[in-house]
Design a protein around this ligand. Structure first.
Ligand code: GTQ
Ligand code: FE2
Length: 357
């Protein structure tokens, strides 16, 4: 499509605009909305109800097979502000994936990185470059960029979980690559402990001396187990008076975020407690693991309150104030693109805004 032609009453200026258009040039002085005082964000606060995600995932399970050609039975959360793009916020893909008993989602790899967070159920295994990682309630499982991964469900029961990918960021950078894995029948390997955990989940503050070389750009630990997370939440809670605890999942060796494009955190909020109001640049996707809460997004006239329960997925667009009041004790998992903004010097975080109407 040709670049737009700007109009002018002055014939000389109109002639210039004509030439500019023919030459694929645009005059900045006619352009609006480029350098805005604050981010102009297209995605809107939104909640996808866990109840509906489970019901519709199961329906897709009846109708859609998983194999070559289909590959993944995934329902993508499409933010209503993004004109039909299948993204939860402008920088993050969030989805639910449904795998029936005895099904295998075949091996592939891609440059967009993925993570799985499990709200309910267990029994599916994800093989990451051949390392079998069990998936259970409350676990965070990573599929870093360009690692082969396949999911297999050896048991009879279906399982559903949340996927988050940095796909919109990688796509915006024109850096998406994809390839299928070995086309033989997918390996149905299980193991009491993944190799990743055997090496790197030794315990708080303990890392191996020697062992496999560290992968660059991401955590060598690929699964963060709920039992460990819960213990850390409760310990922090006992050290605070506020009824609010918050943890970040990190690379156990280098201490940074789990992957270069996505930050993962989990919060526990005691019943009746309200978190501070905060906002940050970049998008966030939250998923309720346990409990009920009111999540307040926005401020002033634009404030929206979402009543959430387990399995709900919530889109928090860039620079949107958020505050949470727990009904019953809340455990909330969040992924953001903060490492990307941080690496570029663009992360702004603001806490305790004056106005929180
Ligand atoms: O499980 O491999 O939600 O490749 C989107 C793309 C999940 C996966 C998604 C994928 C996967
Ligand atoms: Fe994938």
């Amino acid at each position: 499509m040709a670049t737009p032609k700007f109009g002018a009453a002055d014939p000389d200026l109109a002639a210039l605009y004509e030439r500019l258009s023919e030459t694929s040039l645009q005059p900045l002085w006619e352009l609006r909305g480029l350098l805005t005082p604050e981010p102009v964000v297209r995605s809107v606060p939104h909640r996808w109800a866990g109840k509906e995600l489970r019901e519709l995932g199961a329906k897709a399970g009846e109708l859609i097979p998983v194999d070559r050609g289909g590959d993944r039975r995934v329902l993508a959360c499409a933010n209503p502000g993004l004109d039909g793009a299948p993204y939860a916020v402008s920088t993050l893909w969030a989805a639910v994936q449904y795998l029936r008993g005895h099904e295998v989602a075949p091996a592939h790899r891609h440059t967009p990185a993925a993570l799985r967070f499990i709200v309910e159920g267990e029994g599916v295994w994800t093989l990451v470059d051949g390392d079998p990682l069990h998936m259970g309630t409350g676990d965070l499982v990573l599929t870093p960029s360009w690692t082969f991964h396949e999911h297999h469900n050896p048991g009879p029961d279906p399982m559903i979980w949340m996927d988050v990918l940095d796909l919109p960021v990688v796509a915006a950078l024109d850096a998406v690559f994809f390839e299928e894995g070995p086309s033989e029948q997918a390996a149905r390997t299980t193991a009491p402990l993944s190799s990743s955990e055997a090496w790197y989940a030794g315990g708080a503050g303990l890392v191996p001396v020697g062992g496999p070389g560290l992968p660059s750009h991401r955590s060598p630990l690929l699964a963060y187990r709920w039992a460990d997370t819960e213990l850390a939440l409760e310990r922090q809670m006992s050290a605070r008076e506020s009824g609010y605890a918050r943890l970040r999942y990190t690379d156990p060796v280098r201490g940074g975020d789990v992957m270069p494009t996505m930050r993962c955190e989990v919060e526990r909020v005691r019943p009746g407690t309200t978190t501070p109001t905060t906002r940050q640049t970049g998008g966030q996707v939250a998923c309720v693991l346990h409990g009920t809460a009111q999540i307040k997004l926005g401020a002033g006239d634009a404030v929206q309150v979402f009543d959430v329960e387990p399995g709900d997925i919530v889109a928090i667009p860039s620079w949107t104030p958020r505050a949470i009041t727990a009904g019953t004790q809340l455990d909330l998992f969040t992924t953001s693109d903060a490492p990307v903004l941080e690496a570029l010097g663009l992360l702004r975080v603001e806490t305790a805004l004056k106005e929180s109407a």
